[in-house]
Design a protein around this ligand. Structure first.
Ligand code: PLP
Length: 446
């Protein structure tokens, strides 16, 4: 019997037939995504086009190196693809150089460190509890082990970045690299100020825009490209692409660093290219150039500000008093509930949030005094102002006092109503249901 006749290893059947167990888990996850209000600030829903590229046969292709400089043959299509993605990234962000190969935002950061730092060199990044990211020097991250990491914090009263204080700290510490960028900072970041600080102390500046890259692409947050020596980002957050990363260089830094950053990504910290992810990023970039993407980001920020205002009206304390972007941080200490409790309580009514450390938090990181909310995912789903008012009310009902069984049931009903009102994910991911929806529309019209 030849391999192709071996029916115990059929190559041409679908997932439901080959592996019903995994298929069922994915189905359940699909259902969970439909039935939950997703408020995790780093979450989003990719388009069907990005999903198709991610799940394409491109996974089969092995390619190492860069277009025109590969270590395997048969790369003509892949070269064209990567060049297309690079050209789009440069155009969208006004960058002089783009590297599309990082597997994630964290990997992109490690490539920058490898480019400018030696083990033991000094970094100045944002404190994790004040909004920074693990890959900016946390002691249990590789960065914390390999480099001498120092941290700036937000002002204790305003909870804003105080650039004068950061400058004084930089003069004291004399870091080789300063990192600007955050996972939980609800306000605009002044990258020009950060560059001035970096110049004053002779440091390089890395702008990590993992969270805000979609806003930057839509010109709704000032771009760091004219100021930072390096710009890194994840692509799955506000940018609404695959789970992946990207590095961008501005015109001033390109000649000196373009080649170095490429070799830091490969062979420095990574192996073969995730070709399917490159394709998905190319599609993401094309989508991000459209007017509807700009409208989407505008609506995301508007939703975030409506939700913030409504919560403040309901006596929630917001870190920094509000938000300029897609996310907000809520201090729950005055409500007498921890971040962990709030996360669990909201999960019980299918509202998904994450507990989050607050600046100067007195709780452990497994408990936290706050939660972080973001509007990127629900805005993709079509939620608008009306739904923000509802969500604020639901959060208030669940967190401002211990909810009764009756309240919980009512909130669950309301969550179901909102999810059914915007069954967006269905129409994106299930082509048959989309076709049916369109057909019934036509029938209604005729
Ligand atoms: C999310 C994030 C990253 C990278 O995360 P990945 O999961 O590795 O893509 C890096 N920096 C910041 C500030 C982030 O928020």
């Amino acid at each position: 019997m030849t391999i192709s006749q071996d029916k115990t290893q059929p190559r041409n059947y679908g997932l439901d037939f080959i592996d019903p167990e995994v298929f069922a888990i994915i189905e359940r996850e699909n259902q969970r995504q439909k039935d939950n209000i997703e408020l995790i600030a780093s979450a989003n829903f990719i388009s069907r086009a990005v999903l198709e590229a991610t799940g394409s046969i491109l996974t089969n292709k092995v390619a190492e190196g860069y277009p025109g400089l590969r270590y395997f043959s048969g790369c003509e299509n892949i070269d064209e693809l990567e060049n297309l993605a690079i050209a789009r990234a440069k155009e969208l962000f006004g960058a002089a150089h783009a590297n599309l190969e990082p597997y994630t935002g964290s990997q992109a950061n490690h490539a920058v460190y490898l480019t400018v730092l030696k083990p033991g060199d000094r970094i100045l990044g944002m404190d994790l509890d004040h909004g920074g990211h693990l890959s900016h020097g946390a002691k249990f991250n590789m960065t914390g082990k390999h480099y001498d990491c120092h941290f700036y914090q937000v002002d204790p009263d305003t909870q804003l970045l105080d650039y004068d204080v950061i400058l004084a700290q930089a003069k004291d510490i004399r870091p080789k690299l300063i990192i600007a960028g955050a996972s939980a900072y609800p306000r605009t970041i002044d990258f020009q100020k950060f560059r001035e600080i970096a110049d004053e102390v002779g440091a390089y500046l890395l702008a990590d825009i993992a969270h805000i890259s979609g806003l930057v692409a839509a010109r709704l947050h000032p771009s760091p490209i004219p100021y930072a020596h390096f710009v890194t980002t994840s692509t799955q957050k506000t940018l609404r692409g695959p789970r992946s990363g990207m590095i961008l260089l501005g015109k001033h830094s390109a000649p000196e660093f373009a080649r170095k950053i490429d070799s830091a990504v490969f062979p420095g910290v990574q192996g073969a290219v995730h070709v399917h992810a490159i394709a998905a990023k190319a599609v993401m970039l094309k989508e991000a150039m459209s007017a509807s993407f700009v409208n989407y980001q505008r609506q995301t920020i508007e939703n975030s500000q409506i939700l913030a205002t409504d919560l403040i009206e309901r006596r929630f304390r917001l870190i920094s008093g509000g938000t300029d972007n897609h996310l907000m941080l809520i201090d729950l200490s005055e409500k007498g509930i921890t971040g962990k409790e709030a996360e669990d309580r909201l999960a019980s009514v299918r509202i998904t949030v994450n507990k989050n450390m607050l600046p100067y938090d007195s709780q452990k990181s497994t408990i936290c005094s706050g939660i972080r909310l973001g509007t990127s995912a629900i805005t993709t789903r079509g939620f608008g102002a009306e739904e923000m008012h509802c969500i604020a009310e639901l959060i208030d009902k669940m967190l401002s006092s211990e909810p009764t069984a009756k309240t919980i049931a009512k909130v669950q009903d309301e969550v179901s109503r909102l999810c059914h009102l915007h069954p967006h994910i269905d129409s994106i991911y299930e082509p048959d249901s989309r076709k049916l929806a369109l057909e019934s529309q036509y029938q209604l019209q005729s």
